[in-house]
Structures are given as C-alpha cells and as structure tokens.
Design a protein around this ligand. Structure first.
Ligand SMILES: [Zn+2]
Length: 275
C-alpha cells in the first residue's frame, strides 16, 4: 500500500509541475495589435546612418501598438497626428533629408474598427517626444501617461513643455512593470532623446517582443549598431541598444522596429492581432 501511495504522490508531483510550467507560459496580455500610424518617405537615410547610404531614399512606416491586458487597454506610441490624413501631399519636413509623412489611415478609425473607444484607453506610453510618436496623445486626455522624467523635463521649442501640463502623468526614472505581473515592461533606453524608452511585451503564443521606439530606425542600423546624427547622446544610444540585445537574449525575444517598413510589411496589422 505504501509503495502505491508513493507512486501516486510521485504522479501528483509530476502533474503539479506540468501545470505550473504551463501556467508560467501564459501571459495576462491577451492581444497585441499593430496599428498603421503613418507612412512616409525619407529623403536621405544617411541622416540615420552617418557615413553610409548617402543620398539614398527609403520608405518608412510609423507604428503604434495597442495592448489588451485583462479588461485594460494600453497604447504604446500615438504616431503622427491624424490631421495629416487630410493633407493630400502629406506633411513635408523642414529638412528634405527627413521624412515626409502621410496618413492613409487615422488612429481613430483603426481603434473604431476593433471596437475600442478613445475613452477605453486607461493608460499609454510614448517612446519619446518626437512628433511622429506623440501626434495623438491628446486624443486620450484621460489616459495615464507613462514617461521618463528626463523626457518630460526636456525643454521643447521656445522652452515649451513636451506635454499638456494637465495631462495625467506618471514620471519614471528607469524601468516600469506596468501591470505588476511582468507582462508589459517599459525599458528605459535613453540616447535618441534624454528619456527615450522601449517596451517589452510577453505574449502567450508569440513569446517576448521588444518594441524599439526609435532606439534604432531600421534593421541594417541595428545589425551595425549605428547611431543617427540627430540624437541626444551617442554613448547612451549604444548602451541602450546593448540593453535591448541583452533583454532579447534573456527573453528569447524578437525586436520589432517601429519605422522598419520591410519588417512591418511581413506582420499582421489590426484588426488582426498577436497573442
Ligand atoms: Zn520616429
């Protein structure tokens, strides 16, 4: 009897261990949507890769990401302003080497298509405060904004604040586990701007994904660890790329590069999603 009892205990232990490991694979993030937040043409991509690609033009995309965690919706980056959708020739930059942005789809229309109202977004994060990332922040005046203090305090043109002072904000000094369960983590990755940040998302089937922000702009620059010319701090940028690489190795994750059209062309866009 005792031997049978032990055998049962052993089986029970194995079953418990199996259940526990299955549960550890399940993430509280149900869905990750990729939203088209702009399409553009860069006049001269040597701007992002000093000394290489002189005079070479390249198509860019601008990407936002919407995460469903339990009953909560979390938006990462807001893209170029939806107002650009009404500009037939797009929004031309002051420097012709930079990106002319177009808006074939608005952020508002894509949220509507998946049945999400702007008021449903309870929290959001932006990678940094360049206009192609914060263009629609005030579409969500109620949403708690997660931003690094170094970015928030960085003076804008004519010393203007980077965000509307009335917008609810949580100022960060480093990484932030957004939901307290390790499923969505803001990674402090300064360099491109003083308080630049990236996002680690853990999905049940897809696995771990790091959303780059503008820590890197396209694949070839990632492979060669190139830092753009218009950048706040080169050493910080190099260190942040290493931090992302270490995170990818630890989590066996994929890097999704915000502006990389070649990569995004191979991905599912909203209303499809990753889980
Ligand atoms: Zn950008």
């Amino acid at each position: 009897m005792r031997r049978i009892g032990l055998a049962f205990s052993a089986i029970a232990l194995v079953l418990c261990a199996t259940t526990a490991s299955a549960q550890s694979q399940t993430s509280a993030v149900e869905k990750l949507y990729i939203l088209n937040c702009g399409e553009g043409t860069a006049g001269d991509i040597s701007r992002w890769s000093p000394g290489v690609n002189e005079g070479k033009s390249m198509d860019f995309v601008d990407t936002c990401y919407l995460i469903k965690h339990g009953q909560d919706w979390f938006l990462w980056d807001t893209g170029i302003t939806d107002a650009v959708a009404a500009m037939p020739n797009g929004l031309a930059p002051a420097d012709p080497k930079a990106v002319t942005w177009r808006r074939p789809k608005t952020l508002a229309a894509q949220l509507e298509q998946i049945g999400v109202k702007p008021a449903d977004i309870k929290a959001m994060g932006v990678s940094h405060t360049h206009p192609d990332h914060i263009g629609n922040v005030e579409m969500f005046p109620q949403a708690m904004l997660y931003v690094q203090k170094a970015e928030y305090d960085w003076p804008g043109t004519n010393n203007e604040p980077r965000f509307k002072p009335s917008h609810p904000v949580e100022l960060l000094s480093g990484d932030k586990d957004v939901f307290g369960d390790g499923s969505v983590t803001i990674l402090s990755t300064p360099g491109h701007t003083p308080g630049h940040q990236s996002l680690l998302v853990k999905l049940s089937k897809t696995g771990a994904v790091v959303l780059s922000g503008d820590a890197v702009h396209f694949r070839d620059n990632w492979d060669n660890r190139r830092v753009p010319s218009m950048n706040a701090d080169k050493d910080q940028s190099v260190a942040s790329m290493q931090k992302i690489a270490d995170t990818l190795a630890k989590e066996k994750g994929q890097l999704w590069i915000n502006h990389d059209k070649a990569q995004r062309d191979g991905q599912k866009l909203a209303p499809e999603f990753y889980d």
